[in-house]
Design a protein around this ligand. Structure first.
Ligand code: GUN
Length: 293
């Protein structure tokens, strides 16, 4: 079994991006600038956004964090988005999800200028992705594709089972891996809460992508010998032995699945850091392609 070390790989890619920033500085071009909007005080969202902003600083991008309380109105948030759409210095921005219940996430996503939508959540980017046109790919699926590519894992002709059909991971992942592309050409099965006999599907899979958000949902006996196992879950489970009172576990029972898998991602340190680095790659792309200099 080989570990798919997202932390190490993301650091390698960050070094490459930092070199690119060096070249940008020498050429006197604009430094990429990412803004992140964080609403409320969801601890997981705070931690993700902190990591995104810190990564920007590490590689020399500019970053702006916009924080508002959970009682912000939908109109106030839409106004912030409008300002960011118009701000000539901001190349790309994200609105961290989930949002408080009284705010319509679809409305918020639709309000983001697709040219600045470095999360790749806007239907314009999603549609382009589905048709294989140049687009901002959603950060987590993009990170997984990058990881499979850099580790040289063959995907063509493989059976891939995606577990979970969210708009931000499962559904775009299933589309990307079925595309005619260097990392793609899989036969993809997208499974979800109504799937009958999930294990029958996963046991047939050469590649399993688990994105369901339930701790240890994929057990060892659901994994085929030699399968590639990608665990997208980042679940907090209570653990009194830890100072912070919890530990992070994935959607896969790591110990049991590693006995079967040829490659497997750890949690933490697998997909998570790849998501962050994908956002940085999208921000660099947005900066290069800006048409409003
Ligand atoms: N919430 C969970 N993952 C993501 C992500 O990739 N982007 C945003 N904006 N919110 C998220």
């Amino acid at each position: 079994m080989q570990l798919l070390d997202g932390k190490a790989l993301s650091n390698t890619i960050k070094d490459e991006l930092a070199e690119e920033v060096g070249r940008i500085r020498q050429s006197d071009l604009k430094i990429p600038h990412l803004a992140a909007v964080l609403i409320g005080d969801n601890p997981a969202s705070e931690s993700y956004v902190r990591s995104k902003v810190r990564s920007c600083e590490k590689i020399g991008f500019q970053s702006t964090l916009i924080r508002r309380k959970a009682d912000i109105t939908e109109d106030e948030l839409l106004e912030i988005i409008d300002d960011l759409n118009k701000d000539r210095d901001i190349d790309g921005f994200i609105v961290q999800l989930p949002l408080p219940k009284h705010i319509d996430e679809d409305k918020v996503t639709l309000a983001i200028d697709p040219k600045k939508d470095v999360d790749g959540f806007h239907p314009v980017n999603f549609g382009k992705m589905a048709q294989g046109l140049p687009a901002y790919l959603p950060a987590t699926p993009f990170g997984i594709v990058t990881m499979l590519d850099r580790y040289g894992i063959e995907t063509s002709g493989k059976e891939c089972v995606v577990v979970g059909r969210s708009n931000i991971v499962g559904t775009p992942m299933s589309i990307l891996l079925s595309r005619k592309a260097k990392v793609g050409n899989c036969t993809v099965t997208l499974t979800h809460s109504r799937t009958r006999d999930l294990a029958a599907h996963t046991l047939n899979a050469d590649i399993i992508i688990a994105a369901i958000g339930i701790p240890n949902f994929i057990t060892g006996d659901m994994v085929k010998e030699g399968a590639v196992v990608i665990d997208v879950g980042i679940n907090r489970v209570e653990d009194a032995s830890k100072k912070r009172g919890y530990r992070l576990v994935g959607d896969v029972d790591f110990d049991a699945a590693s006995e079967k898998a040829s490659y497997i991602t750890p949690v933490p340190g697998g997909v998570g850091p790849m998501t962050v680095v994908s956002l940085l790659m999208n921000t660099l792309k947005a900066c290069r392609e800006r048409d409003y200099q």
